[in-house]
Design a protein around this ligand. Structure first.
Ligand SMILES: Cc1cc2nc3c(=O)[nH]c(=O)nc-3n(C[C@H](O)[C@H](O)[C@H](O)COP(=O)(O)O)c2cc1C
Length: 168
């Protein structure tokens, strides 16, 4: 099966289910070397008049090093049959092993970034805005206390969805 590019406004999937239940495989690529991690927080919408996704990445993630060194990143959404791989990408660090090679996923290169043939949906995204979350900005103290006992605040990335691909 091949991918078809669609306009973001014609995207029919529930973003809540896709991000929160199916999860995203966020992949950074620099000079041909890639690393990927699972993400289940984030969203999609409109910002500065553009179709965007937002992702949050903790400072200790190896993937963050790739994302920070490139203008772009890619997002792949895999099917339920790849749940164990998504858990693998979400528990093992690319600092310790080459996750993509071990997972046996098939790379597709686009705009210097990598998504996977096994995905049902993929996005090539361009970074627009990056900001570290700050303790003093929490309107809800409980979220701060619950999620950041170690003060390892997420960096929020707002990225333009330049290309949205779905399997035909
Ligand atoms: C279901 C699930 C969702 C996750 N969501 C995020 C997330 O949104 N942001 C984040 O920084 N880490 C998230 N993680 C943790 C990273 O995927 C995990 O730490 C991963 O091993 C990082 O790999 P890396 O060091 O190769 O980048 C999630 C993990 C799982 C299992």
């Amino acid at each position: 099966m091949s991918f078809k590019e669609i306009a973001p406004e014609n995207f029919k999937e529930s973003v809540f289910k896709m991000v929160g239940r199916d999860w995203l495989l966020v992949t950074g690529t620099v000079d041909g070397k890639s690393n990927a991690m699972t993400a289940s927080w984030g969203g999609m919408g409109i910002m500065w008049g553009k179709p965007v996704a937002f992702l949050v990445i903790r400072p200790q993630r190896y993937t963050k090093e790739f994302v920070d060194k490139s203008d772009r990143l890619a997002i792949s959404v895999l099917g339920e049959d790849k749940r164990s791989l998504m858990n693998y990408f979400g528990t093992v660090s690319g600092r310790d092993e080459d996750k993509i090679a071990k997972a046996g996923l098939t790379k597709i290169e686009d705009s210097g970034q990598v998504y996977f043939q096994e995905a049902r949906t993929a996005m090539i995204c361009r970074k627009l805005y990056v900001q570290e979350m700050q303790e003093g900005c929490f309107a809800d103290a409980a979220s701060n206390e619950k999620w950041y006992p170690n003060k390892d605040y997420h960096f929020m990335y707002i990225v333009e969805i330049e290309k949205l691909l779905i399997k035909e």
